[in-house]
Design a protein around this ligand. Structure first.
Ligand SMILES: C[S@@+](CC[C@H](N)C(=O)[O-])C[C@H]1O[C@@H](n2cnc3c(N)ncnc32)[C@H](O)[C@@H]1O
Length: 313
């Protein structure tokens, strides 16, 4: 593990301390757009980026900082929230705070190398934009929704904010993600979400009018053929649990081999066999090109970011 990796993926402290921290940071006018890990590594490798010079450098860029950089009351809030650890004579952050939808979302510090790191990245923003585009077009009401693999809870929280009468379940197998999601919902003033520890939809009952998901899809995390295992499990879960008129919005990565998209073929076949109508579009034809150096991707010519929307008539 990198010497600067956080000891824990996300602090296990009283949620009130994390909430107080988010409010104190928000009051400073803070904002940060999270970049991919490869961009983060490049920017942080610059000589002038070795030590934080601002609050953004600390809570956005995850840079170590000297005692005296931040006001004492903010350092106290960071300490109480377990958001900093001692680093020689100074400190280093254990969490990040990123901007989305006029809110701030807590997630794990860079590098997010712990097995239970709480994910939030540029794909979170792409996923949320795909979900909001679906809501803008949708005619049917949403009474019950679920975000499968919610991570920081960002997408489910954005849905809950727009449909306050809906009950929105946030499910993840990672307890650290659920801790972050609960605080993020409260910080956004959202009361209609419920976090649940669950493998897919196993721990939540009933049918859903809206199922959304951005599951792991890289070959080493997604499982199954070319990383599509968890994405296909989401389609299976939707087949079983979509209410009449309900829709799945699945944002994922598809490994393209010799011009063919095996994920599209497999997911489309699952939808068709269950009588779901479906639509599939490439959101971005070529993302994560650096991953193709991995021998596991030897036959893959590109990774496309895709959105599958499937609806039960
Ligand atoms: C790529 S992250 C996306 C997080 C969030 N949806 C976002 O867009 O920022 C995938 C999430 O799926 C969760 N996950 C992985 N396998 C899962 C499973 N079997 N059931 C539920 N969640 C799972 C991970 O813990 C992780 O939080």
């Amino acid at each position: 593990m990198d010497a600067r990796s956080p000891a824990t993926a996300f602090p296990d402290v009283a949620p009130e301390a994390l909430l107080a921290l988010v409010r104190a940071v928000r009051a400073t006018g803070y904002g940060f757009t999270t970049v991919t890990p490869s961009t983060h590594a490049r920017v942080n490798a610059r000589p002038e980026a070795q030590q934080a010079r601002s609050l953004r450098d600390v809570l956005g860029w995850s840079r170590p900082f000297a005692s005296g950089l931040l006001p004492p009351d903010l350092v106290a809030a960071l300490e109480q929230a377990g958001a900093v650890a001692r680093d020689g004579a100074g400190w280093r952050p254990t969490i990040r705070l990123s901007s989305l939808d006029d809110e701030l979302f807590l997630h794990s510090a860079y590098p997010p190398s712990a097995p239970d790191a709480v994910f939030f990245g540029p794909d979170t923003l792409r996923f949320v934009s795909a979900v909001l585009a679906h809501l803008a077009e949708r005619r049917r009401p949403v009474r019950r929704a679920v975000d499968i693999g919610c991570g920081s809870g960002a997408a489910g929280i954005c849905v809950a904010k727009r449909i306050p009468e809906a009950e929105v379940a946030l499910v993840d197998i990672n307890p650290a993600a659920l801790r972050a999601a609960a605080v993020n919902a409260e910080a956004a003033g959202i009361a209609n979400v419920r976090p649940h520890r669950s493998d897919m939809l196993e721990a939540v009952s009933g049918e859903f009018d809206l199922i959304i998901s951005n599951p792991p899809f890289m070959i080493d995390h997604g499982g199954g053929p070319l990383g599509a295992g968890l994405s296909l499990r989401v389609v299976e879960a939707a087949r079983a649990r979509l209410a009449p008129g309900g829709s799945l919005v699945l944002f994922t990565g598809a490994a393209i081999v010799e011009g063919e998209d095996p994920f599209r073929a497999a997911a489309g076949a699952l939808c068709a066999a269950a009588g779901l109508s479906w639509d599939y579009r490439e959101f971005d034809p070529d993302a994560y090109g650096e991953e193709l150096d991995d021998p596991a991707y030897a036959k893959v010519e590109r990774i496309a970011l895709v959105v599958l929307t499937a609806t039960r008539p």
